[in-house]
Design a protein around this ligand. Structure first.
Ligand SMILES: [Zn+2]
Length: 129
């Protein structure tokens, strides 16, 4: 499977590690949006689109992100979870992701190449539409 297009939208948020969103087209046939380019401690990396894991409120049943301490609907205090014990996979789940490491590296290389072009002004910034 080949990546046939990468579209980068730069994000200007001074207090965020998020640098850009990307959408990736595979084989001119399938698009994955909401890919994030993040400034990590060891440099830029590409994060696949993910959803926050949720748990229902014991009083009203409203689904809250697992990291929240109070229900977003009725305000009741949710059972405290030991945040340190929550693994990343319990907080977020990838909605689409590569299966093999070499394909993950291929995606990262293509996305970061396009990001660098857009940063230099030689690629199109899709957030300026
Ligand atoms: Zn509730």
């Amino acid at each position: 499977m080949e990546i046939t297009e990468v579209r980068v939208s730069l994000v200007e948020r001074p207090n965020s590690r998020l640098r850009a969103y990307a959408s990736i087209t595979f084989d001119n046939s399938f698009v994955v949006r909401d890919v994030r380019i993040i400034e990590g401690k060891r440099g830029l990396f590409v994060a696949m689109p993910s959803k926050k894991m949720q748990r229902p409120c014991s009083r009203c049943g409203f689904k809250n992100p697992v990291s929240h301490k109070f229900c977003g609907s009725c305000g009741v205090s949710l059972n405290p979870l030991n945040q340190q014990r929550l693994s990343p996979s319990q907080l977020h789940r990838d909605l689409a992701h590569p299966v093999k490491t070499d394909f993950r590296e291929y995606i990262q290389k293509k996305v970061l190449e396009e990001y660098e072009k857009v940063k230099k002004g030689t690629g199109k910034n899709y957030s300026e539409q």
